[in-house]
Design a protein around this ligand. Structure first.
Ligand SMILES: [Fe+2]
Ligand SMILES: [Fe+2]
Length: 176
């Protein structure tokens, strides 16, 4: 099977499942970046910057899922056990994120905390991509509408954290 050459529009109408899967990939790469730094004696500054990005990406992603995606999927797929487990996994991740945000790379167990967070996210992402997303598709959840809502909410949350991306118009004008 070949990949379609059509690139999804990053700003408008991106399907919710595509958008969430892209976030998962982005975070997986950040964890891999951290592992390289930890293995190769990367500077504390470099480690802290990667961890800052990991915590920010995960926090925004989880909040957008909880507010917009999970309620719609829970209502549609009739699998409360699966959705409850996802909620508990989010709570576990938030706990580790809070610990990391209170630490510096000089702390004991800093690297281990990042590694354990990465492993728990790996597991969670697998459950979403292999169980929740297929069930949502099968239940004909309106992933197009949810995708638009997720994009908007993510932008708001990024702006609140001072991580705002430039508005679409400004970015287009700039890139000319
Ligand atoms: Fe997710
Ligand atoms: Fe999630």
């Amino acid at each position: 099977m070949t990949k379609t050459a059509l690139k999804p529009d990053m700003q408008h109408g991106e399907d919710a499942i595509t958008l969430l899967t892209e976030d998962h990939k982005k975070v997986k790469k950040l964890f891999a970046d951290f592992a390289k730094l930890a293995k190769g004696d990367g500077s504390d500054k470099a480690k802290a910057e990667v961890v800052r990005q990991i915590c920010m990406e995960l926090t925004i992603h989880a909040q957008a899922e909880e507010e917009i995606f999970y309620p719609a999927v829970r209502a549609a797929i009739k699998d409360d056990d699966l959705m409850d487990e996802a909620d508990v996994e989010h709570a576990g991740a938030k706990n580790l994120i809070a610990q990391l945000e209170a630490m510096t790379p000089a702390h004991d167990h800093y690297d281990a905390t990042v590694t354990v967070l990465g492993e728990s996210i790996d597991h969670h992402v697998k459950e979403e991509e292999e169980k929740m997303f297929p069930k949502a598709k099968k239940a004909k959840v309106d992933t197009a509408t949810l995708g638009a809502a997720l994009t908007q909410r993510k932008h708001e949350l990024q702006a609140e954290r001072g991580e705002a991306e430039p508005p679409v118009k400004a970015r287009k004008a700039k890139s000319r």
